[in-house]
Design a protein around this ligand. Structure first.
Ligand code: NAP
Length: 227
């Protein structure tokens, strides 16, 4: 039974992901910040692990991921947070997870990022929005530069509508609205498909059935980056 560490497990995608992985029999270490969230993770079938991304270090992270088969980063400081927390969570948390995974010898890493973050931000943009975009872009750049077996998913605006089981994946980064249900299912499909290692996709909802979309898009990529 594979062991998967979910960082951002109490989030809207995270909860869906913990449930999906647990339902199929994976062992899920669900990283959360508060004890009551750990109880919620148990109800979803995971094991809550207390860790605050902004109050730990690489060794602390490595201790949490050691022995796992894969890690997933789907954390974020969230709406209403300022520029500082975009850097400490959206960027810093991802970098910490990558460094902790590398230290612990865990190679597989799937990151939930966001669409369009490589595009320049308007000069008069809200500072928190600018910080969010820059944090996501830099987190992806840093992850791509590692030797980890990464996959980066860049969905467009997320919705809480029921999943449709279909997505459109774009190596060029094109993206659109997509349900959190479908992004969570896409993460699972990527974990299952080694050909998604070394790919970064823009994600939109609807289109091809999810597993087929993953296989087709992975096949049509340049040879996957392996090491
Ligand atoms: N909203 C959109 O339309 C959109 C579009 C594309 C991509 N995204 C990205 O997709 C990802 C997942 O989205 P979502 O809707 O599931 O986000 P979410 O519900 O806001 O979940 C974020 C998670 O990050 C956790 N977190 C925040 N700070 C933390 C810390 N210091 N230590 C540990 N965990 C921490 C939160 O924990 P707490 O519950 O303790 O706060 C929560 O579990 C995010 O990175 C988001 O930026 C969003």
């Amino acid at each position: 039974m594979p062991t998967v560490v979910v960082v951002g497990a109490s989030g809207k995608i995270g909860r869906r992901l913990v449930r999906l992985l647990a339902e199929r029999g994976d062992e899920v270490r669900a990283v959360v910040r508060r004890p009551e969230q750990a109880d919620e993770m148990a109800a979803l079938g995971g094991t809550g692990v207390l860790l605050d991304l902004e109050r730990t270090d690489v060794e602390g992270m490595a201790a949490v991921v050691r022995g796992a088969d894969a890690v997933v980063f789907t954390a974020g400081a969230g709406a209403g947070s300022g520029p500082e927390r975009k850097r400490t969570v959206d960027l810093g948390g991802s970098v910490l997870l990558a460094e902790g995974a590398a230290l612990a010898g865990v190679e597989r890493f799937v990151q939930v990022s966001a669409a369009g973050v490589d595009r320049p931000v308007d000069e008069d943009a809200d500072p928190s929005w600018r910080a969010y975009v820059e944090a996501k872009a830099e987190a992806d750049t840093r992850l791509r530069a590692t030797d980890l077996d990464w996959t980066i998913l860049r969905p467009g605006p997320l919705t809480d509508d029921p999943g449709v089981g279909a997505v459109t994946l774009s190596a060029a980064g094109d993206a659109g609205e997509v349900t959190r249900d479908d992004v969570a299912a896409l993460v699972v499909a990527c974990l299952d498909e080694a050909a998604t290692i070394g790919v970064q996709w823009g994600v939109a909802g609807g289109g091809e059935l999810l597993d087929e979309a993953v296989q087709d898009a992975a096949r049509s990529q340049a040879p996957p980056r392996r090491h």
